[in-house]
Design a protein around this ligand. Structure first.
Ligand code: NAD
Ligand code: ZN
Length: 368
């Protein structure tokens, strides 16, 4: 079964195809975007040996003779200026035109840098997202945020540039390490927590099937997540309003990631899981949310195997003052006040400016 989610943005609307094995049959959909020509495929060295053949076979079946792919090293470090420069030189070296299409085959790192290359080349060419991690299928491939990191912080250089098509083949997740699946699952739970209590309840019953790779459960979770993100981006493409709700757990999360160097100690999704629990704890402490809702959020994340407190991460001596300082520097800060996404129950999140730093500190002290 294949689900199609449409992100409505007028002339820039696009489809997100979701299902087990959808990539193998996507040749015609790719050809419709590229007008029958070969896209320039960008991937990483982990994904290329696993999934590039499926993509190339799909294109061949639609009469597209694939070009050799550009294969970048895997990992967050690839999202830097040096790799971006190399990527742009490789792309331009192929003699591209305004009608050339890029195709990102990989996780969020490949999607973000390729999307930014598409936004930059000739002031903007089309691109297709083929996300191969759960995180990129439910989050980064949808919505048009593209970019790279600077030594001043993550994702500080970039552009809004929407893809023409997203192909989320859940079968590619079969080769994804379980830890990466769980990290992506945290973002799935996020959609339930911000405004879909019924979906959260479904995840409480079916979350294990999703992370264990059950094909129907996985498709449903990715589809609902993409639907949720597409609906939000469709009304707030540039994050002036509701799109900020997608940052639930991310203010705490980014501080935790920064403290651990954005590396393997704490993956982004793991930081988000902990951050969402802290956001619910903070909501309870501020008298906004029943303790029972915070307990349910925590219990579900813990049950599937995600960390739910900084103390769950072995070998890190957390510095609460450092974490609070780092949150105050987060790029989402306005007028020097810390803005948080809080919730008054499961399924109803909202933005709250000017949150009391003492309450933030107290929540962290209890959890480290
Ligand atoms: P990633 O791209 O680094 O992928 C994680 C790891 O899995 C990598 O080692 C990769 O090589 C490997 N991999 C990918 N697909 C695989 C597969 N099918 N089988 C086996 N291994 C596979 O990381 P990610 O978690 O996908 O994405 C994180 C990035 O996404 C961050 O840079 C983050 O800033 C960005 N992001 C962007 C947005 C956005 O809106 N643009 C949203 C959230 C996150
Ligand atoms: Zn995230």
């Amino acid at each position: 079964a294949i689900d199609t989610v449409r992100l409505e943005l007028g002339a820039r609307s696009y489809d997100i195809l979701v299902g087990d094995g959808v990539l193998a049959d996507a040749g015609e959909r790719i050809a419709a975007v590229t007008r029958g020509r070969a896209p320039i495929v960008v991937t990483d060295a982990n994904v290329a040996p696993l999934h590039l053949d499926t993509l190339n076979a799909a294109m061949l079946a639609a009469g597209i003779a694939p070009q050799p792919a550009i294969v970048l090293p895997p990992g967050e470090k690839t999202k830097d200026f040096a790799h971006f420069q190399q990527l742009m030189d490789d792309i331009l070296g192929r003699g591209i035109e305004r009608s050339t299409v890029l195709l990102a085959l990989g996780g969020g790192v490949i999607g973000d840098i390729t999307g930014f290359a598409a936004a930059s080349a000739l002031r903007g060419i089309d691109f297709i997202q083929v996300p191969t991690t759960l995180l990129s299928q439910v989050d980064s491939s949808v919505g048009g945020k593209t970019g790279i990191n600077s030594r001043h912080g993550k994702n500080l250089i970039g552009a809004f540039h929407q893809p023409r098509l997203v192909i989320a083949d859940t079968a590619t997740l079969d080769t994804l390490p379980r830890r990466e699946v769980l990290a992506g699952y945290a973002e799935v739970v996020k959609y339930g927590l911000i405004r879909q209590p019924d979906f959260f309840a479904w995840l409480e019953r079916n979350g294990r099937r999703v992370v264990d790779g059950d094909s129907d459960a996985r498709r449903h979770a990715v589809t609902v997540s993409c639907r949720a993100k597409a609906d939000i981006v469709g009304v707030d493409e540039r994050e002036s309003g509701d799109r900020a709700l997608l940052n639930l757990g991310h203010t705490f999360g980014h501080a935790l990631e920064a403290a651990t160097g954005f590396g393997q100690t704490l993956l982004h999704g793991e930081a988000v899981a902990i951050g969402m629990v802290l956001a619910f704890d903070l909501s309870v402490r501020l008298g906004l949310c029943p303790a029972e809702d915070a307990r349910r959020a925590r219990a579900h994340l813990a049950e599937v195997g995600l960390p739910v407190r900084p103390a769950d991460i072995p070998g890190v001596a957390w510095d609460v003052d450092g974490l609070v300082r780092s949150m105050a520097k987060d790029k989402k800060v306005q007028d020097g006040r810390i803005t948080f996404i809080l919730a008054d129950r499961i399924g109803n999140a909202f933005t709250r400016r000017d949150v009391d730093a003492a309450a933030v500190r107290a929540v962290l002290e209890e959890a480290v």
